[in-house]
Design a protein around this ligand. Structure first.
Ligand SMILES: NC(=O)c1ccc[n+]([C@@H]2O[C@H](COP(=O)([O-])OP(=O)(O)OC[C@H]3O[C@@H](n4cnc5c(N)ncnc54)[C@H](OP(=O)(O)O)[C@@H]3O)[C@@H](O)[C@H]2O)c1
Length: 268
């Protein structure tokens, strides 16, 4: 497993993490992923499975970089504090490594939310602050509202099939040392296999590159994400076998030419 620096914190995180939205796999897939070096686990109060995640990793809490999120409807100061306390309880831990605002909420002043996020860091409950689904301008406003902590990450939709962030947000984050955490990097599993009934030029290109490098299509789709500087990807799987497959998307690199082939095939 290869690791990348989170923001410019000096903290190294696995370039393949483990997503947990709709995760119902029990302990085994997460434990296998962590054993293979995918130590970044992404949760959220919204996913209603922090209990299950906390239970699974209890014995190896020190090895795991645990990320979770506060709902965009809980962004008042007191709501953020309460949400964090409840996540800590469900996750059965004393600290959250990365606490993310799940999505922006224009009805709450961003300064109030960021004050709460910084208070959580001051109290030792949270190590790093991140956001999710923030546009470049929302990110700038959030950064400006921080008194003494950086925003280290923005978790956003990014895959071969969803490349909107390349226009503005991705270059902005790369220039400003903000890690992009690519969610739904397998396009909900649809990048893992070509349809036999609906031949698709894009998927044929993906299949060809996968054959060239002797990897699966899912692995190539994930490696394409992490071939971008500053980007890590967090596929979710309920299965041990697919978790192993996804973890083996790291530790090697597509050639620049293969990346270009995929860029062109999946161009907007
Ligand atoms: N911040 C946000 O707003 C936001 C939004 C969406 C997602 N997320 C985060 O991003 C994570 C990943 O996104 P996602 O769950 O939406 O989508 P995803 O990871 O792109 O795809 C998950 C789907 O693909 C299947 N799958 C996984 N690995 C596979 C493989 N190697 N081959 C074939 N199928 C495979 C899974 O099935 P099995 O489970 O049966 O293997 C599941 O149905 C989430 O779990 C969550 O942590 C964040």
């Amino acid at each position: 497993m290869d690791y990348k620096e989170l923001g410019n914190t000096g903290e190294m995180v696995s370039e393949i993490g483990l997503g947990t939205w709709k995760y119902r796999g029990g302990a085994d897939p997460l434990l296998r992923g962590v054993a293979l070096g995918a130590t970044f686990i992404d949760g959220a109060e919204m996913y209603r499975n922090e209990d299950e995640v906390g239970q699974a990793i209890q014995e190896l809490r020190q090895q795991v970089f645990l990320a979770t999120k506060v709902l965009g409807s809980h962004l008042r100061y007191d709501q953020v504090m309460r949400a964090a306390e409840q996540s800590l309880q469900r996750l059965k831990t004393d600290w959250i490594d990365l606490y993310q605002i799940h999505y922006p909420n224009s009805s709450v002043p961003i300064a109030e939310t960021m004050r709460a996020m910084e208070a959580l860091v001051d109290a030792g409950m949270v190590r790093y602050i991140g956001v999710s689904n923030f546009s470049t301008s929302e990110l700038r406003a959030a950064q400006a509202a921080m008194a003494h902590n950086p925003i280290v990450s923005n978790q956003v939709l990014y895959s071969l099939k969803a490349r909107r962030i390349e226009e503005e947000l991705l270059p902005y984050c790369q220039e400003n040392h903000i890690t992009i955490i690519a969610f739904t990097p397998l396009a909900d599993g649809s990048l893992a296999a070509a349809s036999r009934f609906l031949p698709d030029r894009r998927m044929k290109a993906l299949e060809q590159v996968a054959t060239q490098v002797n990897r699966t299509m899912a692995q190539v789709a994930l490696n394409w994400c992490t071939s971008r500087p500053n980007v890590i990807a967090i596929p979710k799987s309920n299965s041990v076998a697919r978790t192993e497959e996804n973890c083996a998307a790291s530790g090697w690199r597509l050639s620049p030419e293969q990346v270009r082939t995929l860029d062109d095939a999946f161009a907007k």
